[in-house]
Design a protein around this ligand. Structure first.
Ligand code: ADP
Ligand code: MG
Length: 393
């Protein structure tokens, strides 16, 4: 069976499920991808440049309208249903995953969009959640995309990304940058997005790697987005910025240059804060170098930069941990050109750049070394670089 047939069958199954759950037919179906970030980690919230792309894992959403002025959300993955009144939506811990759905409608109304129509929404996804491939941003973008299309709100994709970030920040409580929501909303087939998060400017970079490709390696240890740890890094960067602003004329840490680091070290007078700043500044530099190497087809140089990025995230930013370090080491021992963690860290996923024809051998070797050390099998998969949100039906 080809993949088009199997996704049609899957959609039929979801339509039937929708009928069972909501007692009516769905009126339309949409989907959003997941994302990996090639390089530029933990610098989106520091005004840096990042280089993500949308990948072939998907979040699907079906909807119908209701007359109760309610948002009713069902997740096929959790097999649970939640409901909220449009007029009284607020964050509630007991609403669990559905806060991501309700948050979208809360933020839309806060932004002045009149939502007069209740909706039933079914969610189904094969994006591993809590694995750093951004299931949360995919879910937020998906619900914004559906609401925008169905309620004719005329919001463009850039604004969807910004509103989705606002929802994750203000409604869900994670101080994340704009990268994940933008990577998914703006994804294009076989392109990476060079995104300047400070200015919200972006350009597409060709990802024709010919005989090489990126693979995704799941450590199978969910990162649980150790929300507090992520937010702790954001706070450390903000503290460092406040101190450095007294000397440098900057709005964010990515406006600093490497040659200024020795002076930063003196001003900060705090080894931990200095390490965080050193990661941010060198990582931002690596993104430019990586992007130039990709344009020039210098694969070895790209690989070297991936490894440097991982080292910096391990030693200076301290967000990797045993599982990510082991899978990156095992990748390099299995002849990857380069490898690094991707996403927030603390578990989750890594990426490796490998020669296509070695994939099976690569997978075998990495699995063996990783399992021998950690007694967990990783999942190692080839992925396609895909378009952002689409309407399926
Ligand atoms: P990541 O974005 O890296 O996957 P997060 O911790 O940021 O990890 O987001 C995971 C959360 O997103 C889940 O705990 C859940 O609340 C929500 N989520 C993801 N996928 C689904 C799904 N299929 N159905 C319902 N909620 C989901
Ligand atoms: Mg997330």
């Amino acid at each position: 069976m080809n993949s088009q047939n199997s996704s049609q069958i899957k959609l039929l199954e979801l339509e039937n499920k929708f009928k069972t759950i909501f007692g009516c037919n769905s009126l339309g179906a949409y989907r959003t991808p997941a994302r990996i970030n090639l390089i530029g980690e933990h610098i989106d919230y520091n005004g840096g440049k990042v280089l993500p792309c949308a990948i072939s894992y998907f979040m699907t959403g079906l909807y119908s309208l209701n007359k109760d002025k309610k948002i009713v959300a069902y997740s096929n993955n959790f097999d649970s249903k939640f409901s909220a009144n449009l007029e009284t939506i607020s964050y509630k811990k007991r609403n669990s995953w559905s806060n991501y759905v309700f948050g979208v409608f809360a933020i839309l109304q806060q932004e002045g969009y009149k939502i007069t129509q209740g909706m039933n929404i079914l969610i189904d996804s094969n994006i591993p959640l809590g694995s750093g491939l951004s299931s949360s941003a995919s879910l937020l973008d998906l619900v914004f995309f559906i609401a925008n299309d169905v309620l004719k709100l005329e919001i463009n994709l850039e604004t969807i990304a910004k509103l989705a970030q606002k929802t994750e920040n203000e409604f869900c409580g994670l101080k994340c940058g704009i990268m994940d929501q933008a990577a998914i909303a703006l994804g294009q087939k076989n392109k990476a997005i060079l995104l300047d998060c400070g200015k919200f400017k972006y350009e597409y970079k060709d990802m024709a790697l010919r005989t090489y490709s990126f693979v995704v390696l799941k450590t199978n240890i969910p990162h649980n987005l150790v929300k507090s740890k992520y937010n702790e890094r954001v706070d450390e960067c903000n503290r460092a910025l406040e101190i450095l602003k007294q000397k440098f004329n900057i709005d964010n840490l990515c406006q600093l240059y490497e040659y200024q680091l020795p002076e930063c070290e003196k001003l900060l007078n705090d080894p931990i804060l200095f390490k965080r700043v050193r990661h941010v500044v060198t990582e931002n530099e690596r993104v430019q170098q990586f992007s130039a190497a990709m344009t020039a087809g210098k694969v070895e140089e790209m690989g070297r930069l991936l490894c440097e990025s991982h080292k910096s995230l391990k030693e200076d930013y301290e967000v990797t941990g045993d599982y990510l370090d082991t899978i990156v080491d095992a990748s390099m021992n299995a002849f990857a050109i380069g490898a690094r963690m991707t996403g927030g860290g603390f578990g989750g996923c890594a990426i490796a750049l490998i020669k296509n024809r070695y994939f099976e051998d690569f997978r075998f070797r990495v699995d063996k070394e990783y399992f021998a050390k950690l007694k967990v099998h990783p999942d190692i998969e080839e992925v396609d670089i895909v378009d952002g949100p689409i309407k399926l039906k």
